[in-house]
Design a protein around this ligand. Structure first.
Ligand code: AMP
Length: 216
C-alpha cells in the first residue's frame, strides 16, 4: 500500500505512522525524521534545513522533493510506503503524483488526522522524544516516562525538539493551514481522503486508521 498521512503538528502522525507501518509491513517515511538525521550528522542538507525548521517554516521544495524521492526509491519501499509529513504543499503533492506516475504507481489512501487546535498546543508543548528512536514519544504530563528523562522502551535520552516551543508551534500551525491543508482538497478530488479523529488513546486512533484503510 502507498499511503499519505496528513494532519497538523501534534496530531500524532509520527506515533500512528510507526504503528501503521509495522502493521502493514511497509516503511515509515518521515521527511521531518530525514531532516533531523541530516542535522545530527551535520550534512550540508541538514545545515540548510535547520534554519527553516527552527523558524517553523517549510524547507524549500528543491531540497525536500529530491530527498523524499531518493527515499521512496530504496529497496524496502518497493511494495509500498507510508509517508508522514510529505507532501506538505500543493507543489510537493504534484511532484509526488508525477513521481508515482513515472513509476506506474498510485496512492491507495490519504489519512487525515483531525485534532482541535488547543489540543495541538498542549500536546506539543509537553512532547518529549527519544533520541534513539523518534517513534518513542512521551509527554511531560500525559505520558510520563517511568524514569525522568529516559525512554521506557530503550533507555534513550528524552529531549524536547527545538521547534516544539509554543511560539514555533503557532507558526507551524499557521503554515499548516495556509500551505498543507489545501492538499486535503487536492486529494479529496481524487477520492483518496478519509478523515479520522486523532483524539483518544493511541491504540484507538490506530484502530480507526486501520478501519479507514479497510484493514481491520
Ligand atoms: P515534522 O517532524 O513532520 O513535524 O517536521 C518538522 C519540520 O521539518 C517542519 O516544521 C518543516 O520545517 C520540516 N519539514 C518536514 N517535512 C517537510 C516537507 N515535506 N516540506 C518542507 N518542510 C518539511
Amino acid at each position: 500500500m502507498r499511503i499519505v498521512l496528513v494532519g497538523p503538528p501534534g496530531a500524532g502522525k509520527g506515533t500512528q505512522a510507526a504503528y501503521l507501518a509495522e502493521n502493514l509491513s511497509i516503511p515509515h517515511i518521515s521527511t521531518g525524521d530525514l531532516f533531523r538525521a541530516n542535522i545530527s550528522q551535520g550534512t550540508p542538507l541538514g545545515r540548510q534545513a535547520k534554519e527553516y525548521m527552527n523558524a517553523g517554516r517549510l524547507v524549500p521544495d528543491e531540497v525536500t522533493i529530491g530527498m523524499a524521492e531518493d527515499r521512496m526509491q530504496q529497496e524496502d519501499a518497493r511494495e509500498g510506503f507510508l509517508l508522514d509529513g510529505f507532501p506538505r504543499n500543493i507543489g510537493q503533492a504534484e511532484a509526488l503524483d508525477a513521481f508515482l506516475r513515472s513509476h506506474d504507481l498510485k496512492l491507495d489512501a490519504v489519512l487525515d488526522l483531525e485534532v482541535p487546535e488547543e489540543e495541538v498546543v498542549r500536546r506539543i508543548a509537553g512532547r518529549r522524544i527519544c533520541r534513539k528512536d523518534s517513534s518513542h514519544v512521551f509527554h511531560a504530563e500525559y505520558q510520563r516516562p517511568k524514569t525522568e528523562g529516559r525512554c521506557d522502551e530503550c533507555e534513550g535520552e528524552l529531549y524536547q525538539r527545538e521547534d516544539d516551543s509554543e511560539e514555533t508551534v503557532r507558526k507551524r500551525l499557521a503554515v499548516y493551514h495556509s500551505e498543507t491543508e489545501p492538499i486535503i482538497d487536492y486529494y479529496r478530488e481524487q477520492g483518496l481522503v478519509t478523515t479520522i479523529s486523532a483524539l483518544g488513546a493511541v491504540t484507538e486512533v490506530t484502530e480507526r486508521a486501520m478501519t479507514a484503510l479497510g484493514r481491520d
